[in-house]
Design a protein around this ligand. Sequence first.
Ligand SMILES: [Zn+2]
Length: 325
Amino acid sequence: MSVNKEIYLRAKNEIDRRREEAQLSAFERREECKRRFPEIAQSYKIMADTACECVKAMALSGGKAQDFIDEISKKNLEAQQVIAETLKKAGLPEDYLKEKYSCNECKDSGFVEGKMCTCLKNAMKQLTYNSLCDKVPLEKYRFDKFSLEYYPDSVNEDGIVPRKRMKNFFDYCVNYADDFSSKSANILMTGETGLGKTHLSLAIAGQAAKKGYSVVYGSAQNLLSSLESEKFGRSQTGAEQAIQECDLLIIDDLGAEFSTQFTVSAVYNIINTRLMMSKPTIISTNMSMYEIEEKYTQRIASRILGNYILMEFTGRDIRVQKKKQ
Ligand SMILES: [Zn+2]
């Protein structure tokens, strides 16, 4: 099952649950009022009877039927008035006995004139974000939890001021996340472990998912092994479809996976398919461009070089610095 379909079904269940809840609580309020106010109980009985009589009226013909229907409507209207007055006298709101839907547009059906209602779309957005949060602690990796303090503020041996460079990358990523769309750029984040590549890519993931885009995030190892299981028929996870079709794919730690002929060609397929469909991908890796070429062939390296924004992270391992504090 693809990510989108699963999210849709779960969101639809949520909307159905809301509708059933609205109907059940309206039913309970009606039963309560029937017990409290005999005139309301009587009015409901009249309305139920008139509904039966309506069916009988259909068997009659001509003017006789019309008179009968007029009489039934009158009775029905009177019963409704009695209910309204009783509610008013008791200080209850006039819609007290009606269903209170959380969405009045679609009455919690999820659709308006055959089109998906905003409430269903919003439920899908929320679930997309939640499903991502289940797997990774997204709240921990927000932009506001990213600190530039850990990056040296002086020129290093390569003539770079790491903090300045990282400030540029950080700003770029914030803008990227703010403006994220299914046509956003591809990014390759390179550099040693512990320099914040995962943090920034997850912060983007969180924002994109909050906007309702489908995001798939995984280590190269996990993504590739789920593709392998699917390919060799061990499980039907929909991994390939999800990886190829999601709005944003984030491959973490490319190069750390156990390399085989399968993984090399799978990496090429992912990168190439998504480029052809113009769908954004963010890759983070400890490898240099030279090492990428060595490991995955020149074909992959040139696809990346020609189509990705390159960010070379510099500084000192943040995890080690935090441990020392
Ligand atoms: Zn709705």
